[in-house]
Design a protein around this ligand. Sequence first.
Ligand code: PLP
Length: 399
Amino acid sequence: MEVTDVRADIPFLDEVIYLDAASTTPTPQPVVDAMCEYYQHFNSNTGRGAYRTAVKATSEMEKAREKIAKLINCDAQEIIFTKNTTEAVNLVANGLKFNKGQSVVVPNIEHHSNFVPWLNLHNRGVKTKIIKSGSDGVLDVSDIEDVIDKNTKLITITHVSNSIGSIQPVEEIGELTRENNILYMVDAAQSVGHMSIDVNKINADFIAFPGHKGLLGPVGTGFLYCKKEIADALSPVNLGGGTVSDVTEDHFKLADVPARFEGGTQNISGIIGLGAAVDYINRIGMGKIEKHGRKLTKIMYDGISEIENSIVYGHPEHIYDMVGFNINGVNCHDVAKILDEQKTICVRSGMHCAIPAIRQIGAFEFGGTVRASIHYYNTEEEIKTLIDTLDEISRFLGN
Ligand SMILES: Cc1ncc(COP(=O)(O)O)c(C=O)c1O
């Protein structure tokens, strides 16, 4: 599928220049159709009824699980549905057992969703060891090596930073955790659907994913990859219907994985839509998505860098599908508002739910950064409009 084909499936893109893929992506028509089909023709609960529409709903939801598993190269039983990335991270942070004094290693460039759940473990006597990224937002594996010891239970890291777009050496860190027998978690919120992901290459025990960002799936969807060998180390945190195989008046037996982690009625239409979104991404082809993303990122990075008064964060060789920047002398929210008012350009501004990261890159005093983030549906022309409009903002208001 070409960019024009994808744009034809997303009418919203005729109304705005949408450069906020890192927050959430617009939903293509075939994904909306798959959800409507559920509501119109087999709107029943899953895993419960014996009647035909209930069986169909269950089978469609499980087909979505299989498609996702194939995309990231794992078994379907290793996919646990969640409502977003945040819930997937919390499932691990709250479901693992820690001994007093054990620690978790967390970089300071994380999104709050992969930071606060770990800080919160202080309540359970768990320490957090914070490692700093370089000024380009990239971690040095030797810094991680320096802080790990026999009490390190888990290392967690974001594959691609949401504030600066820096891509981390997740495979190398995977080797380090294996060698040292440390659990390994990756937050793939900004990488899935933007680049190929093979869980075996990353070799993480847990990977948190959104459905609603790079995969072009509906909001309210996400999932956790949980390596099957490690699933018994994780306690379910949302027990109830669907999570047990037997219950007496004083005992219950957990259901198999992943059902034990999916308490209550799921976001059935959303999950079916996510399955359709995976089909859609496959129809475009991940290779094409990556190539297009790299090309537009370079144009955007170079173009914004050339604007007088611009400050661009991150190194062009280490960023992926987004550029974080400021215009000296103009508040980042003002830049975002002007872009919208002048050219209906949608970008995110502020702290990006990553306050320690914004401090680390030196953008705190600007109130954060402006972030333009892209996906396959964006065009070179849109990026040029962004650059031209920023240039005008800089000439009138920058200093
Ligand atoms: C790196 C990263 N992690 C986690 C999240 C939280 O994602 P969600 O909104 O799916 O919970 C985001 C959202 O932008 C993110 O960029």
